[in-house]
Design a protein around this ligand. Structure first.
Ligand code: SAM
Length: 356
């Protein structure tokens, strides 16, 4: 609700000086937003400046006027989860409350430590209270597992669903974390790979899930062709929806198939880029990437895990050996580095490999 307040009316060009001076005098009402029209700023004040203050103002900003205006109240800073739980949990447990969690659309996914299990509903309700856009709080109930790379969840608070709509870089993703893999943590990688795809190129996303790489590439580069493959029929159904809602039907093609099989047939020798985001076992599918890459070469964007004492160099070596077993060659690694820590002593690695 807008609130009426005394304010300084100053020409926009002198706004910065006026605001700095009003702040120095402690006059600005920080609970209200500064107003503006085409010419003036309206700076809300706690009180009318006295005569001395006003004279001082006019020396700095001759065109200043005191007026009355209507101002929007600023939203109070959001309470943190720990702040919301203060007094509701014993101090020693408060310290164990997770500081980090994933947000997918309007769902929070959190890992509740075993010692906080009996408080998980309270934690979930506090998350709903501190994150007004969130409607569902899910607890991780196991590791990502199986061929489809999904996990079980418990409903901790809010609505009982695992589906949502997530937005990333202007793309809309229909997601169901209970049925198909999706992680918001790789968004920078989705964009990094998408920016490498050029007009007229062909991309084979061999483990596409609901399409975070494929859809973004399709959106960013309408002149590229993207084949988006996944073995999980639920993932491919969501991918089809995502292709439709992002209006990229003409050049992004969802395919429900085994990556190895399709790379030997429909996708043999078609791709300038192959994306391999199946970090646990991608090394066993390097033959599929070699089959899909054009005879004249291309780039494989390969994701893997490295667990100490293994190293990025070790992974590069294993990758080179697999490529050579297919009768092809790694010309160079355009990128080879850790993109995030996934567990103590374990990182997720990306290799961008130029293959001939
Ligand atoms: C780690 S997820 C990555 C999904 C997606 N690229 C992303 O970033 O969200 C790996 C995906 O590979 C799919 N997958 C596993 N084995 C496969 C295979 N042999 N052929 C095609 N897809 C497979 C899984 O169903 C899963 O959706």
């Amino acid at each position: 609700m807008p609130k009426s307040a005394v304010c300084l009316k100053v020409p926009k060009k002198q706004g910065e000086v006026a605001i700095a001076f009003a702040a120095k005098l402690g006059l600005i009402d920080k609970g209200l937003s500064v107003g503006r029209d085409d010419e003036y700023l309206f700076v809300p004040l706690y009180r009318h400046p006295d005569e001395t203050e006003f004279t001082a103002f006019t020396e700095k900003v001759p065109a200043v006027e005191v007026s009355v205006g209507s101002f929007e109240e600023k939203k109070p800073p959001q309470e943190t989860l720990s702040q919301a739980l203060e007094g509701k949990l014993p101090q020693e447990l408060l310290e164990a409350v997770p500081q980090a969690f994933d947000i997918v659309g309007d769902i929070i996914i959190i890992e509740i430590p075993p010692k906080l299990k009996e408080y998980e509903h309270l934690i979930g309700e506090s998350l709903l209270q501190t994150h007004r856009n969130i409607k569902v709080v899910l607890g991780k109930a196991g590791d990502i597992s199986g061929v489809f790379r999904i996990r079980d969840y418990t409903f901790i608070a809010g609505e009982q669903r695992t589906s949502t709509v997530h937005r990333e870089f202007g793309c809309t993703f229909h997601v169901d974390v209970g049925k198909a893999y999706f992680s918001p943590r790789l968004s920078h990688e989705h964009m990094r790979v998408a920016t490498q795809v050029k007009t007229g190129e062909v991309v084979a996303d061999l483990f596409a899930g609901v399409g975070p790489f494929a859809v973004l590439i399709g959106k960013q580069c309408p002149e590229a062709k993207v084949y988006a493959v996944d073995l999980n029929p639920e993932a491919v159904e969501l991918l089809k929806v995502n292709v439709r809602v992002n209006r990229i039907e003409g050049h992004v093609f969802p395919i429900c198939a085994d990556a190895r099989e399709i790379a030997k047939s429909q996708l043999r020798g078609v791709a300038d880029h192959v994306i391999m985001n199946l970090p646990e076992t991608a090394i066993d599918f390097v033959d599929a990437a070699c089959n899909a890459i054009k005879p004249e070469g291309g780039i494989v964007h390969f994701y893997g895990f490295v667990r100490q004492p293994d190293t990025v160099e070790g992974l590069k070596q294993r990758f080179i050996e697999k490529v050579e077993l297919c009768g092809r060659k790694v010309e160079s690694f355009l990128a080879a580095r850790s993109i995030r820590e996934t567990a103590p002593f374990e990182s997720q690695i990306v290799l961008d490999a130029q293959i001939w």
